[in-house]
Design a protein around this ligand. Structure first.
Ligand SMILES: [Zn+2]
Length: 207
C-alpha cells in the first residue's frame, strides 16, 4: 500500500483517485442499484427509478473536494498589509463532511487563525479550503491537520491554529446512538505552539 502511494510524487495524501481507473457514471449508478436491492428495495418502483442517477449526482457534489486543489484556491498571490501583524481569525465556518469509516455525515464548524508574516489571505479563501477538505471522506483529526498544513505551506505565516467542533452522525444515528455530543480537535503550528498564543486564540473564540 505504501509503495503504491509513494509512486505518486506530488500528489496530495488524500488524492488517491487514479483517473484511469475511475468508474463510469453508469457503473456508479449500478452500484447504487445494488445497494438498494441489498436493502430490500424494489428498484423498479416509480419513486426509485431516478434515484441512482440522483445519488451519483449528489455524491459528485458532496465529494467534490477530490477534484479541487486547495493550493489553487489559496493561490500564489497574497495581499500585502501595512504593518498588520496580529492574529487573523475566521470563526464559525460551518461545514459538512463524511466519515471515512461509515460514509455518514460529520456536521460541524471550523475556526481558523493565523499570524501573518507581512501578507494575508483573502478571508473567503480560508472557508473554501475548509470546504475542499470537508468534501472528501474524512476523519476529524485528518481534516483539522490538512486545513492547518495547507495554509501553513502555502501562505507561510508565523503560525496557524485550527479548531474543529463537530457532531458525528455515525455516533448519533447508529452504534452507541449518542446525540448531541461534540468532538473537538485542534492543530497548532509555528508561533501557535506557544501556550500564550493558544490562550489568545481560545479567548478570541470565546468572545
Ligand atoms: Zn463513522
Amino acid at each position: 500500500m505504501d509503495a503504491i502511494v509513494n509512486k505518486l510524487p506530488g500528489k496530495e495524501e488524500n488524492m488517491l483517485d487514479d483517473s484511469n481507473n475511475k468508474p463510469t457514471q453508469a457503473e456508479a449508478e449500478e452500484a447504487v442499484r445494488t445497494l438498494l436491492r441489498w436493502m430490500g428495495e424494489d428498484i423498479t418502483r416509480e419513486g426509485l427509478l431516478d434515484t441512482p442517477k440522483r445519488v451519483v449526482k449528489s455524491y459528485s457534489e458532496l465529494f467534490g473536494g477530490y477534484e479541487a486543489d486547495p493550493s489553487d484556491v489559496l493561490g500564489r498571490t497574497f495581499e500585502e498589509v501595512a504593518g498588520y501583524n496580529d492574529i487573523v481569525l475566521v470563526k464559525d465556518i460551518h461545514f459538512h463532511s463524511h466519515c471515512e469509516h461509515h460514509m455518514v455525515p460529520i456536521i460541524g464548524k471550523a475556526h481558523v487563525a493565523y499570524l501573518p508574516d507581512e501578507r494575508v489571505l483573502g478571508l473567503s479563501k480560508i472557508a473554501r479550503v475548509v470546504d475542499i477538505f470537508a468534501r472528501r471522506l474524512q476523519t476529524q483529526e485528518t481534516l483539522t491537520s490538512q486545513v492547518a498544513t495547507s495554509i501553513d505551506e502555502t501562505l507561510a505565516p508565523r503560525g496557524v491554529a485550527v479548531m474543529i467542533e463537530a457532531e458525528h452522525m455515525c455516533m448519533a444515528m447508529r452504534g452507541v446512538r449518542k446525540q448531541g455530543s461534540t468532538t473537538v480537535t485542534t492543530r497548532f503550528t509555528g508561533e501557535f505552539e506557544k501556550p500564550e498564543n493558544q490562550y489568545r486564540f481560545l479567548e478570541m473564540l470565546r468572545h
